[in-house]
Design a protein around this ligand. Structure first.
Ligand code: PMP
Length: 432
């Protein structure tokens, strides 16, 4: 077990001829991995651990600028993961960085918040139609867990419905991995199938009277699957069910917020949640999350005890203000849409000309691609690895993220790499 990543990479550096010089290319990353194996359980953990990714994925990075990142070996990539979401304006966006530097000169972590907390709550409640108030925390998991807690406090009920396979964070109630989690901790969680109204209704007869809330993602974005847009009728019926039963409709907008619509990701379909969880992109990489809620849940929100040593820090709040204002000013969502559409169109036409059947799913700002009949993702792994070898960082089984910093040139350089990578897939597996 111990040292396996490091060994894998060390052996790669001796065998591969790809990238900017096979030998030196991997030395720093390999060295860090082997040191990490001794002092960090598993060498790395969580969604950014590369143990389950193809062999050329670097584990450690040194810098990012705009749409580019550089790994510990000094190799540069066009970044199509954006730190798994946060970098919505691109790495080290000058407007955000300037606001952050200014605040850093004054204070970050104090005995209480600064005025920026109030300004940020004012801005979010102005921008997001369903929101009358905001609570701030640090991570997406904090925000989704707080939504569930508020729903239970408001309704004095226990049951919460979530879509089977959806990710809402690492807390006991929603962790996809059950190691260290007791059955009791999730005994009040019920599972429905995304977009399947019957699966929701089927749970109501037994549990409707004890239903505190229904949690939904703006779209189905489970790993290893094509993304699925929400059926607007499904969302509307969830709204009606929650209204009829007095339960909370909770939108987990952690991944999509600020990429689909600055007003919240279900605003285009006209379905307004009672509570929504935001994080990732709201402060362009600075650690902050929030719960937005309607007046009906205000008293419950102020009745629960929720806090953290770093929750009220000023710098991430300033970063969020700057990010939201800048995203609005430049119409970041449209910029991401244009860049993402260019990427998707390019991939679709390349796949066609290589004779490969692919499915492009998600939205242009959060795209994803799978190969037809590739249930084990063997083609995806090979293709993504070939992209990484050619300086394009995307993911074989998690949706990708665009930022407003992706230029037409970034996308066409990315497409040069993806075209070659398709060629390698054809060489190994043939045409469809
Ligand atoms: N909900 C969704 C939809 C997410 O994508 C994530 C993070 N991948 C979370 C919740 C949890 O957020 P965090 O990792 O910041 O706790």
């Amino acid at each position: 077990m111990g040292g396996s990543n490091a060994e894998k990479v060390a052996s790669l550096s001796a065998t591969t001829s790809a990238g900017a010089g096979a030998g030196p290319r991997l030395i720093m990353d390999a060295e860090l991995r082997s040191r990490a194996q001794r002092v960090i359980p598993g060498g790395m953990y969580g969604h950014q651990a590369v143990a389950n990714l193809p062999p050329h994925y670097p584990q450690f990075f040194v810098e990012g600028k705009g749409a580019r990142i550089r790994d510990a070996n000094g190799v540069e990539y066009i970044d199509l993961m954006c730190s798994y979401g946060p970098m919505v304006l691109g790495h080290r966006n000058p407007v955000v960085e300037q606001a952050v530097r200014r605040q850093m000169r004054r204070a970050d972590c104090l005995n209480g918040p600064t005025e920026h907390m109030v300004r940020l709550a004012e801005l979010l409640t102005q921008n997001v139609p369903h929101a009358d108030w905001a609570l701030f925390c640090k991570n997406g998991t904090d925000a989704t867990t707080l939504c569930v807690t508020i729903a239970r406090a408001a309704t004095k009920r226990r049951k919460v419905m979530v879509a089977r396979g959806a990710y809402h964070g690492w807390a006991a109630w929603c962790n996809p991995n059950t190691n260290g989690i007791t059955e009791e901790e999730r005994s009040n969680i019920l599972y429905y199938e995304y977009n399947d109204l019957d699966s929701v209704i089927g749970l109501l007869a037994e549990h409707g009277a004890d239903l505190a809330g229904i949690v939904a993602s703006p779209m189905r974005h489970d790993i290893k699957k094509d993304l699925l847009p929400v059926d607007p009728e499904f969302a509307r019926r969830l709204r009606t069910i929650c209204d009829q039963l007095g339960a909370a409709l909770i939108l987990d907008d952690v991944r999509c917020a600020m990429r689909v619509d600055l007003r919240g990701s279900w605003e285009p379909i006209g379905v307004r949640p009672d509570l929504s969880a935001w994080s990732k992109a709201i402060a362009n990489g600075y650690p902050i999350a929030c719960v937005l809620g309607s007046d009906r849940f205000r008293d419950a929100a102020s009745s629960v005890y929720a806090t953290g040593s770093f929750w009220f820090a000023a710098v991430p709040m300033v970063a969020a203000l700057a990010t939201i204002e800048e995203a609005t000013r430049i119409d970041a969502i449209e910029m991401m849409r244009v860049a993402g559409q260019r990427l998707r169109d390019g991939l679709a036409s390349q796949a066609r000309s290589h004779g490969l059947a692919v499915t492009l799913s998600g939205t242009p700002q959060l795209p994803f691609m799978t190969f037809a009949g590739d249930g084990q993702l063997t083609k995806s792994y090979l293709w993504a690895d070939e992209c990484v070898k050619r300086g394009v960082y995307l993911h074989p089984f998690h949706n990708w993220f665009l930022s407003a910093a992706h230029t037409a040139e970034d996308i066409s350089r990315a497409l040069d790499a993806t075209d070659d990578a398709f060629g390698v897939v054809v060489k190994q597996f043939g045409r469809d």
